[in-house]
Ligand binder design. Sequence first.
Ligand code: APR
Length: 313
Amino acid sequence: MARAKITIVGAGNVGATCAHWCASMELGDIILLDIPALEDVPKGKALDLMQSSPIMGFDAKITGTNDYADTVNSDVVVVTAGIARKPGMSRDDLLATNTKIVSNVAEHVKATSPNAVVIVVSNPLDAMVQQFKKVSGMPAKQVIGQAGVLDTARYRTFIAMELGCSVEDVSALLMGGHGDTMVPMPSCTSVGGVPIRRLLDEKRLNEIVDRARKGGAEIVSLLKTGSAYYAPAAATAQMVEAVVKDKRRLIPCAAYCDKEYGVGGYYVGVPVILGAGGVQKIVELKLEPEEQTAFNHSVQAVKDLIAAIEKLA
Ligand code: APR
């Protein structure tokens, strides 16, 4: 069987690191694409990564390009094109610039890989994935956004740090938009099968949730020159793996919800079953009253961003 063809648009920090994780997980052959102005940089990064393969022991062909012709009929396209946050900026401050960039990428991907599963990573995430779907016209189940896996990973990391236990034993879910309104779900958080509320009191849990919610900003303020990329790239690679191996992972993704959760036609973070072809199912949970209120608030924040994009046009 041929290897999966994985295109990563944007060969910057998130894109190149995602290529690194995907290659080392042997998920397929990888094409790193960036703008012509960057000339041979994607080729250089690809060659460098390829040369790590005999040392690390993985088989993957990694190439760099500025031309979408090299990406034709990709199985998966990861979109990391766009500018990243600097200290003092919110994800929403990226809106105008990244809307133009993501629209441009969407037109190219529609023309070259209309059957691909597309995973958008560019921020502000929920609005960018909606924009990609609108411009490309590709089916909703094929176009998803990465955010929930990352936000959940941050939350799981902080819980494991607090309890001094393995991150592997922490299972959790976060819903809503990728921003300050994201909705933690203590009712869906457990450690080694033990509900989190039996291990941590509400006050400490709220502090951890708050740190997870601001996890991206914490890293921006430490890095000063850009935003997080190791964990965002790893989260994306896990989604690529779910698709190319048809793993049917039940993970939170930004998925297009119409009747689901009463959202009414917007992308927002919800638990999905992710496998071949993209979203195989949106899993609808009965939310606790405070979770529902927080989710509605988060959906409203996403709607406000979409309205802001419409005003840009
Ligand atoms: N087509 C392809 N690539 C593009 C385009 C375009 N139209 N416009 C910009 N790029 C490329 C840039 O040239 C750059 O190499 O996208 C890359 C972005 O890389 P970085 O600046 O290193 O940013 P990064 O940290 O990777 O973040 C990218 O992901 O997590 C989000 O908020 C983050 O929106 C940001 C995106």
